[in-house]
Design a protein around this ligand. Sequence first.
Ligand SMILES: [Zn+2]
Length: 211
Amino acid sequence: MTTTLIPVLRAAGVECFTRAQWGSPRQADGSYARRRTTHPMPAGPADFHFLHITVTDDTDRFVDGARSARFIETLGFSTPPMVSYQDLVTNEGRYFEGQSYGVKGTHTVNDRKVPGFANDLNLHGYATAIMQNVADEVTDAQVRTIALVFAARELAGLVRRGAPIFPHRKFAFKACPGDKAVARLPEIDQMRRRFVQHGLPTQDDEGKAIA
Ligand SMILES: [Zn+2]
């Protein structure tokens, strides 16, 4: 099973950083590899996409993003702490790898007891977090990267096609992922559907589109 979306995201022109590249101590000590055995996702495509916000400083450069990713790792609810989300996306549209695909995250719980949904939603979907604060802009580049992530999940069979995209606030007593991100969910949804229907773009396609 695919454990990372990075190759297809890079082919689509997204600047991506693996855990090794952003200097994850828990990658270095083998924690992520071990969790693949101890906390696998159930077989078959998951049902949902979840969107979160990390509530950390806006990052403009790779080194800022790497520092934030290492900080976010220390906040994880797992033992030892690992990044709770599968993906971290900055408002430059950059992608920082979080928890592996095929492995249960730890950040999406049905605290509101929304009827019809399980308590541990981490078993039923994958989580993407925008890596910034609530006041920071949610940009077009970021919307595109998030839509590519959701489409790539569906094309890889990790999430069922056309799965709902839920903001964390639907289930949690907090504003996550913030009003600016929630306002752009319809665009993310539409773009995701287009990418699934036509396949993820490649840099070559886009070169032609510009020419
Ligand atoms: Zn959240």
